[in-house]
Design a protein around this ligand. Structure first.
Ligand code: GLN
Length: 305
């Protein structure tokens, strides 16, 4: 397996040259655009890694998977999907257009920015700091890594420049999707995006989803199976934004990307996969990361379809 991963890294490294690191969050522009790493965690506890798999990056939109689990746990699926839809989008992850034009006026799904901001506004726990503490604690549990924390510089960088997300949130306040205090909700959202981890950490989250909500390393159930199933389904239809259809056809695995360059993938009953390659394509997905997953899926016959 390790040999296969080394070959995949070698074969796909060239694609990093075709992408660009995200720069709309100034701090992210500092990432090494040629980096590429992969880690696989199987459900029987094996871990295989290659490339820059110990490099830390901010998980960004991958956090949307984590907050969706918590929001469903706290509110039940009916109440969450009253506020946020479950339909794919053909627009960019930070698009505002559908918030006004679609009826009902709510975000299309929890995997785009508007939907994730609405989702985090539903998480219980008290004020923003306490809610974020819960998110962080849950993230540490499902990565099996008690050292997970946020990257303060990325958090501040996004908080200072995240005006598009502010626009989305205030619009949703005006239509009643967000009920709480907007700046507090946004602060939690900026922090969740700045959570820092490695390919190994996100591979483990993938393995928990692949294992229907049970931590493969100690058998502890962290979410009911139906929550893991909903999250994996929405990852397939919406996890790669307006490239989700393309990903479903070419890779055929529930995936969730982030503009920090990570992709989390969950192969039901088999493995979790974490990929890191900060050079992105125009839709905001890791350009070499998508390629490496495509080749891996073919090699190991991982498509669920
Ligand atoms: N923090 C980023 C943002 O809100 C997350 C987006 C992403 O990873 N696609 O713009």
């Amino acid at each position: 397996m390790e040999k296969l991963l080394d070959t995949l890294i070698e074969n796909n490294k060239v694609y990093t040259k075709n992408g660009k690191v995200a720069s709309y969050i100034p701090e992210l522009a500092k990432a090494k655009s040629e980096a590429l790493g992969i880690c696989i965690t199987t459900l029987d506890g094996e871990e295989y890694c290659s490339g820059e798999c110990d490099e830390k990056f901010t998980i960004q939109s991958i956090s949307k998977v984590i907050t969706l689990m918590l929001a469903i746990l706290d509110n039940g699926k009916e109440n969450v999907f009253k506020k946020v839809g479950m339909e794919p989008t053909a627009d960019a992850f930070n698009s505002i257009i559908n918030l006004e034009t679609k009826s009902p006026q709510r975000p299309l799904n929890p995997m785009i920015n508007s939907g994730a901001i609405a989702t985090v506004s539903l998480i219980a726990g008290g004020d923003g700091d306490k809610i974020f503490e819960r998110i962080l604690k849950f993230t540490r549990k499902i990565t099996g890594n008690p050292d997970i924390n946020i990257n303060e510089d990325v958090y501040k960088s996004e908080k200072n420049t995240g005006h598009r997300n502010r626009a989305l949130a205030y619009f949703m306040k005006s239509t009643g999707v967000i009920e709480g205090e907007v700046e507090e909700v946004l602060d939690v959202y900026f922090k969740q995006c700045a959570i820092e981890g490695t390919c190994k950490d996100i591979a483990r989250v993938g393995a928990v989803l692949a294992n229907n909500g049970v931590l493969p390393w100690n058998g502890e159930r962290v979410v009911p199976a139906y929550v893991a199933r909903i999250v994996k389904t929405i990852m397939v239809t919406c996890g790669m934004y307006d490239a989700s259809g393309d990903t479903a056809v070419k890779i055929g695995i529930p995936c969730k990307s982030g503009v920090g360059g990570g992709i989390l993938a969950a192969v039901p009953m088999r493995m979790g996969i974490g990929v890191f390659g900060p050079a992105l394509d125009i839709k905001g997905n890791s350009i070499a990361g998508v390629k490496i997953l495509e080749e891996l899926s073919k090699e190991l016959d991982l498509s669920i379809f």
